[in-house]
Write a new protein. Structure first.
Length: 100
């Protein structure tokens, strides 16, 4: 059903019912989704490269690096042990080897 909606008719609604901009690629000047957005200047240092808003689909430019690999933060899992076994009332065949 989303494919049937026009770009101009899509709006995100907040709790108060205010309309927020929705990124609409190809809408041209008919839909100004970045109105009221102020961008700060960016200084991209290698390996980061400047990416224009047209390239990223954002209102402001970004510094982007395809080669940077950031390890996941697993510090929250320190001290966590094993899981919880199957509920005693669960079907032993359907729930075989289950751990939550």
């Amino acid at each position: 059903l989303l494919g049937l909606a026009s770009a101009g008719s899509l709006k995100a609604r907040g709790a108060a019912g205010a309309a927020y901009p929705v990124y609409s690629p190809g809408a041209g000047s008919a839909v100004e989704t970045c109105q009221g957005i102020t961008c700060k200047p960016v200084d991209c240092k290698p390996p980061f490269k400047y990416q224009s808003p047209d390239e990223t689909g954002t209102c402001c430019p970004l510094c982007w690096a395809d080669t940077i690999k950031v390890p996941g933060d697993r510090s929250w899992a320190k001290g966590v042990t094993g899981g919880v076994g199957m509920n005693n009332n669960a079907d032993p065949i359907l729930c075989r080897d289950v751990v939550c």
